[in-house]
Ligand binder design. Sequence first.
Ligand code: HEM
Length: 507
Amino acid sequence: MAYSPVVFAAISLLAALIGFATFKQVKLYYSRRRLALENGCKPIQGRFPHKDPILGTDYMREGMAAKAKFKALERVSGLFDRLGATYSFRLFHKTMVMTAEPENIKAILSVKFNDYGSGNRAKVLGPLLGRGIFTTDGESWAHSRAMIRPNFTRHQVSNLDAVEEYVQDMFKLIPRDGSEVDLQPLFFRLTMDSATEFLFGQSVHSLRPDIPGIPSGNAFARAFDLAQYHCSLRFRMGLLASIKGQPKEDVEAIQTCHAYVERFVDDAIRYREKYSSGDGPSEKRYTFLYELVKETMDRVRLRDEVMNLLLAGRDTTASLLSNLFHHLAKRPEVWKHLHAEVATLDGARPGFEQLKELTYLQRCIKESLRLNPPVPGILREAIKDTVLPVGGGVDGKSPLFVKRGTLFSLSVYGMHRRKDIYGPNAREFDPDRWEKLRPQGWEYLPFNGGPRICIGQQYALTEAAYVIVRMLQEYQSMESHDPLPWLEQMAVTCCSANGVKVALTPA
Ligand code: HEM
C-alpha cells in the first residue's frame, strides 16, 4: 500500500518524536541511575501500605478522618513510629515524602537548598499575598529577603511600649470576676494590632470597638481572617480548588485587604516623595513600611511584602501564646513557678534584656514551641533530581535518591515528638527538660533553618515573652475550663482546637 507524501511525512514526524522522547527517557533513566549508584542510594524503607496505590486516595481519606477528630498531626507522628522517620505515599500523580529526620531536613533546608522550591505556596497564597518574601523562590525571593531583613534588627523588633498598649486593650476584655474567657481569639487580635502597628505605622485596633463613621481596621482584620481561611482551604483542596474556582466572598475579602493596605502604602510613598532627602518629622517611631519605601516605590510590591509579613508573623505568634496558655492553665505548678520568677521584677514592666534573663519563662516558651510548633510542617518540592543523606535501605540509614517533582513535608511536629530524641516523655509538656537539653543539630526547628530561616524570630519571642510576663503580673491565678487535652486546629498555623477557655483571678 502506497502512502501519500503528507501521510508519510506525518508518520515520519511521529516516529521521530517517539524516538526522541524514548531516547530522552532512556537518557534520564541512566543519569538517575548513575546519580543513585554514585551516592550509594537504596530504595526508601518506609512506604505507606496503600489500598489504592494508583491515586493514593486512602491516605488522604485517613488523613481527613483524623483531621475531623483534630488528630491529623498525631496520626502522622504515629505513622513515623510505624514506618520509620522518612516514608513515602502516593498523592494523585505524585510521590510525597514525609520526613522527621533531622539530617534530611537539614539537607532540604540548608545543604541542598537550591535543589528545592516552596511547591504550590504561590498558588495557594498568591491571591492574597501576591509576590513577596513568603510566596516566591529563587532570585525574586533573594531580593525580597535582602530588602526586608535589615528591618529586623534587635532595636526595631523590641518596641515594647507599643505592645503594652495592646496588652492594656486586652486586659479590658478579660473578666475580673472569675468568669470564663477564651484567651485564644484575644491573642489573635492582640498580635494583629501590634503587627499592623509595626508594619503600617497604624494599628487596626481589633481589640477596640468599631467607631461609627470611621473606616474600620476591624473590617480589615475580619477580611484578612476570611481570606486566610480560603488560603488554607485552597491548600487542603489541592487540584480541586482550581477546578472549583475562587469563591466570591474570598475575592471580596482580598479586595478589602488590598484596599486597606494600599492606603498606608500611598501615605508612605507620598511621605517619601516629600522628604526624599532625609528623615521626615514623624519617623521617630519605627515603621516598617516607611523604611521599605526607601528601597522601592513600587506600590504593588510594597503592598505585597507587607501582606506577606502580616501573614508570616501574626498567627504564628498568636498560636505560640495560645498553645502555651493552654498548658499553663492545666499545670498550676508551672504557673506558680513562673509567677515566682516574674515576681523578681517587683511589678516593673520588663525590658528586652530582662525578658531574656527569665530562664524559666524562656524554657516554657521553648517547650511550647517544641510540643506544639505553630508551623508544624514545612512543604518543599524537589526542583531537580537530588539525593538525601538518609531514609534508604532496610534500616533507613542509606542515602535516598529523590526524583525531580517529589513533594516533601518536613514534619517539625513529628521530629519534636520523637522519643529517641526527646526521651520517653517526648509527648508531654515539660519545661524542665530545657535545663540540660541543648539540641546540637537540626532536631529542634520551630523557626526553620538555613537561608529561609524565620526573620521574625526575635520579634515573636520578645513579644510573646512580654505578653506572658504582663499576664502573670496582672493575674494571680488561672484555672482551665477545658476538660479536654490540647487538640490541634490546623489553618495557616496550628493552635488549640478548643481555644483557651480559662478563668483568671486578678493579682
Ligand atoms: C512564634 C512565632 C513564629 C514562628 C513559630 C515562625 C516560624 C516560621 C517558619 C517555620 C518559617 C519557615 C516557613 C517555610 O519556609 O516554609 C518562617 C518564615 C518566615 N517568618 Fe516566621 N515565625 C514566627 C513569627 C514571625 C514573625 C513575628 C514574623 C514577622 C513579623 C515572621 C516572618 C517570617 C518571614 C518573613 C518568613 C519567610 C522567610 C523566608 O522565606 O525567607 N515570623 N517563620
